[in-house]
Design a protein around this ligand. Structure first.
Ligand SMILES: NC(=O)c1ccc[n+]([C@@H]2O[C@H](COP(=O)([O-])OP(=O)(O)OC[C@H]3O[C@@H](n4cnc5c(N)ncnc54)[C@H](OP(=O)(O)O)[C@@H]3O)[C@@H](O)[C@H]2O)c1
Length: 265
């Protein structure tokens, strides 16, 4: 599924310890790629690394908050001597749900910094090296939330819209170098972060994807950028891209009220 010569010998997974990130790690290790896994909590990081090593690959773990302003330098400290053919930027679930005008500016900024600032700095750093070697891939994990503004998570939705549009432009540029770019759009997916957020995933009729399935789908479509909507959500993405925007926004708002917890996250 994953061509070692194109995307190896090393892959970096920013947010590579839990949920979809852990699934990427298992699948890439199974394809023989060596891994650099980045996350904050040491236990899931060590567990995912141990699982990946069972495939006989080398794994470096980097316990790091990607919001640290020196994150790129720290990542470079581990990766500068490695030939990185794949960057997966997975970290980025919403960390702050609140009405904008009364919200905490610092917490909103952190959502922007993780999903935009850090994502851009890693994509530029590793993208430049891939352009030089004329092969590789950049996979950014996006969200259906990025197709339509939503109350309480307006900042998160907007960062995911940014990511998707950015990925399209980057795809156009990087194809000149033979480097693949994919924005992998997820709908609701059963990850530890979702469980911690208290979202109600057992709603009748709700399409809930499993991490292994969407990670597998993403890797299988790495060369089919710039955007792939995973988990059977293509129609939902098309619907949310339509008009009139007021009707669509209000309709989605009603649907998400059933899913989101009442309190701030
Ligand atoms: N789950 C869903 O329903 C859903 C739906 C649509 C889109 N998505 C997208 O899918 C991606 C994965 O989401 P997720 O639900 O698995 O949650 P997540 O909180 O983004 O966690 C994913 C991974 O990133 C790491 N991480 C998170 N924040 C980090 C930080 N500041 N620094 C370093 N590592 C960090 C986590 O480990 P640590 O916490 O230990 O750092 C974990 O390994 C996100 O981009 C999200 O927007 C998810």
């Amino acid at each position: 599924m994953i061509d070692y010569d194109t995307y190896g010998p090393w892959a970096v997974i920013a947010g590579g310890s839990e949920g979809v990130g852990a699934s990427f790690a298992r699948l890439l290790a199974g394809a023989g790629l060596n891994l650099v896994l980045i996350a904050r909590k040491p236990e899931p990081l060590a567990a995912t690394a141990a699982e990946a090593r069972r495939h006989g690959v080398s794994v470096h773990t980097l316990q790091l908050d990607l919001l640290d302003p020196t994150a790129l330098e720290t990542v470079r400290g581990v990766t500068d001597e490695l030939d990185v053919g794949l960057l997966v930027f997975n970290a980025g679930a919403n960390t702050y749900g609140h009405e904008f005008v009364t919200g905490d500016t610092e917490r909103m900024r952190r959502v922007i910094d993780l999903n935009i600032t850090t994502q851009l700095s890693l994509a530029q750093h590793f993208g430049a090296a891939m352009a030089e070697r004329r092969s590789g891939g950049i996979l950014l994990v996006g969200s259906l939330a990025g197709y339509l503004g939503q109350a309480q998570i307006s900042i998160y939705s907007a960062t995911k819209a940014f990511s998707r549009v950015f990925a399209e432009g980057l795809w156009l540029e990087m194809r000149e170098y033979g480097v693949d770019v994919l924005e992998l759009i997820l709908g609701v997916t059963r990850t530890p972060a979702m469980a911690r957020g208290g979202l109600n995933l057992d709603l009748p009729g709700l399409n809930v994807a499993e991490p292994d399935d969407v990670a597998r789908e993403g890797l299988a479509n790495l060369a089919n950028g710039p955007v792939h909507v995973a988990g059977g959500n293509q129609q939902a993405a098309e619907h949310r891209s339509g008009c009139p925007r007021d009707e669509l926004a209000l309709e989605a708002q009603e649907a998400s009220k059933r899913l989101l917890p009442d309190s701030e996250s």
